[in-house]
Write a protein that binds this ligand. Sequence first.
Ligand code: CNA
Length: 238
Amino acid sequence: MDENIQKLKELIAESDNIVFFGGAGVSTESGIPDFRSVDGLYNQEWKYPPETILSHTFFERHPDEYYRFHRAKLVVENVQPNTAHKRLASLEAEGKLKAVITQNIDGLHQAAGSKNVLELHGSILRAYCSRCGKPYPAERMNHGTGIPKCDCGGVIRPDIVLYEEPLDNEIMSKAISYIRHADVLIIGGTSLNVYPAAGLINYYRGHKLVLINLSATPFDSYADLIIHQKIGEVFSQV
Ligand code: CNA
């Protein structure tokens, strides 16, 4: 076994206060593209970059184009949790992992059995009316055609945090608290480019910061242990 993965295995074995903070790279091995990898959404043919389409202004002005992108790119059929999601869920069940903090909107941590999941950017598995707030099943939004509308005439929107929108204060405070009190913080599958989420790393007080990411991140020098390998493959060994 790789020396660094062996070290991670030991850190996990010795701790009962692990917190995981992850992003899109956690789900690529399930078949959901991230934003920035070579075959990620940034490198696909599309008129605007994902962060423009996924912005509040764009949603308000071009809901039809937003939904074309949403259904084509955010909703991926028949996805299953991979080894990373599953191992994180089993670590929680063993009482070793306190929380999964995720930037993902795909619901795969819960599908794997994780209970304490803090979704910083919401979920495409929930929807509500942008005018009156009435909740709706995600089905029509994710699989229908055209712009989904509420009985009140408002546009139904996904319960995700679009660019230009603030993060939920309560979720952010909980995430800060888990990270501040964590013994081992494992960060994985995130380019650590999207704020304010990426700034969470600054709240960690410990000396067991593990970074598992295919490519380098701006925070590599902060890490006590770096593993530049596929996260599913790493978690299958620990
Ligand atoms: P990102 O900026 O696309 O970065 C992903 C990172 O993961 C990159 O640095 C990759 O090198 C790395 N990576 C890709 N595959 C793997 C792998 N198998 N193992 C280890 N590392 C890998 O994504 P971030 O999450 O950092 O950016 C935040 C955005 C992307 C959030 O707002 C998300 O909502 C949004 N997003 C979410 C999903 C999803 O829910 N699955 C998919 C695409 C984008």
